[in-house]
Write a protein that binds this ligand. Sequence first.
Ligand SMILES: O=C(O)[C@@H](CO)OP(=O)(O)O
Length: 248
Amino acid sequence: MTYTLILLRHGHSEWNAKNLFTGWVDVDLNDQGREEARRGGELLVEKGYLPDILHTSRLKRAINTANIALDAADRGWIDVKRSWRLNERHYGALQGKDKAQTLAEFGEEQFMVWRRSYDTPPPALADDSEFSQVGDPRYADLGDEMPRTECLKDVLTRLMPYWESEIKPDLTAGKKVLVTAHGNSLRALVKHLDGISDDDIAGLNIPTGIPLVYELDENFEPITRGGTYLDPEAAAASIEAVKNQGRK
Ligand SMILES: O=C(O)[C@@H](CO)OP(=O)(O)O
């Protein structure tokens, strides 16, 4: 018995284009992102990976990526589950800040610790900031779990209960599961699936809009470590672009 899990990072957003830290700010896709999502859906058809169920975050760039991709695959009718546990990493006080300016102000080392270290979160975001999500009705059910900042380790901690209680049961039921989420929530999931060390995860980046397929064995371990991108060339180019954000 093998299980099929398809991971899809949302396409380019308005803030990816502006080079701003985004996190939980609910920014929409731009034209490039919508096109990436459509192409992602076409790839699902071309390579024969039609999902049976969708799991998304509660952020519109992931929701709209899924809608566009599934529409392109004539699969808009499948069941959907949404969870804040798939949201992007909360970027704390960096939300809304320019990546290039942050790099110039704090230097390469601190910039990369905030972006890619496993267990050092950025400073917390004040509740009265225009970029805070405190008081947003979509997170009314979170109570004390509402983050003000997160490192990747925090993301993994809040993601794992959802993986166990919602995604794994769908896989066990024999469904092809599509997860549309974010650069850092997918890095956390991939870290878990591939058993990547706390140090090595710093070097892993997820491209926008390109489906990444994991075939998992009965113990939910990848048959091919790292999974398979449905368009490997486009994935390699996009990974470079993500890596170099803030450096233009
Ligand atoms: O700004 C963000 O929320 C993330 C994803 O776009 O950026 P980074 O790749 O720098 O973690």
